[in-house]
Design a protein around this ligand. Structure first.
Ligand code: HPA
Length: 273
């Protein structure tokens, strides 16, 4: 079965469960799931029921698609996302984006937890992603291209939708939420970086580093889907003198602290789209 046939089978199953037509797709980052509590949920579909969805690891045994309304807009949210470090290929990691596109979403909104490599961006700050540096060791578009899904050599000169960036900035200003704009570098993980690697990331032009988002953005751009993405900074790592040992608990605590402002920003952005 090729990718097109798999997407068709996933779509048929979802369509047999609901006629809901989402306009916006949402993928939420580690420790940033609270936005789903704001969704008026109409239908829930566990990933494991959807043909060809990646088989969930234990961590994500509760992964599901949530269909409902947020700020009066029809959305589909992924509760649980897939990462390369869990062992999935990037084709598997990004498969749900293909399915969301086939479901008819018109825009994709993504959040993630990231480490800062910019001395002016601190723990629990927000950073709207304006560009990225792909440092992952694989590419979700590698192999046979299906022209029905997108071009062989997609342009990447503007992967993040400028109008959504501007809208989010003005929402942040109105709500008095401090928000940076910067470049996100994606690495494979699961280890965090050495001090020398954080310096390297700063020198090559990154402001933040994380283990997700870029593969999903590449597939969204390939599919012609406008993307908005935002990072919650969970640890600050530049200059190297400020680097401290970081535990998952600390990452989650920093994400939790910044989550309410990120949730508010995303909700108000969707309200205006
Ligand atoms: N590096 C990579 N990924 C991350 C980090 C980091 O410092 N913090 C949160 N996700």
């Amino acid at each position: 079965m090729n990718l097109l046939q798999k997407i068709d089978a996933s779509l048929s199953y979802i369509r047999s469960m609901t006629a809901f037509e989402p306009k916006f797709g949402i993928i939420l980052g580690t420790g940033l799931g609270n936005l789903v509590e704001e969704i008026d949920i109409e239908v829930t579909i566990p990933y494991e029921d959807i043909p060809h969805f990646p088989l969930s690891t234990l961590e994500f045994h509760k992964g599901k698609l949530l269909f409902g309304t947020l700020a009066s807009k029809p959305v589909v949210a992924m509760q649980g996302r897939f990462h390369f470090y869990e062992g999935y290929s990037l084709k598997e990691v990004t498969y749900p984006v293909r399915v969301l596109k086939a479901l008819g979403i018109e825009k994709l909104l993504i959040s993630n937890a990231a480490g800062s490599v910019n001395e002016n961006i601190h723990t629990s700050d927000l950073m709207i992603i304006k560009d990225h540096i792909d440092l992952q060791p694989e590419n979700p578009l590698r192999g046979l291209n299906h022209p029905e899904l997108g071009p062989r050599f997609p342009d990447m000169s503007e992967p993040y939708d400028l109008s959504m960036i501007e809208m989010a900035k003005s929402v942040a200003k109105e709500l008095d939420i401090e928000c940076h704009t910067g470049v996100y570098a994606s690495v494979q993980g699961p280890n965090l970086e050495t001090k020398a690697e954080y310096v390297h990331l700063n020198r090559i032009g990154a402001d933040a580093v994380g283990m997700s988002t870029v593969p999903e953005v590449i597939v969204a751009v390939h599919s012609g889907l406008p993307v908005f993405a935002i990072s919650v900074i969970t640890d600050a790592n530049y200059p190297p003198e400020i680097v401290t040992k970081v535990t998952l608990e600390e990452v989650l605590a920093a994400a939790r602290k910044a989550e309410p402002k990120m949730t508010l920003l995303l909700k108000q952005l969707i309200a205006r789209l």
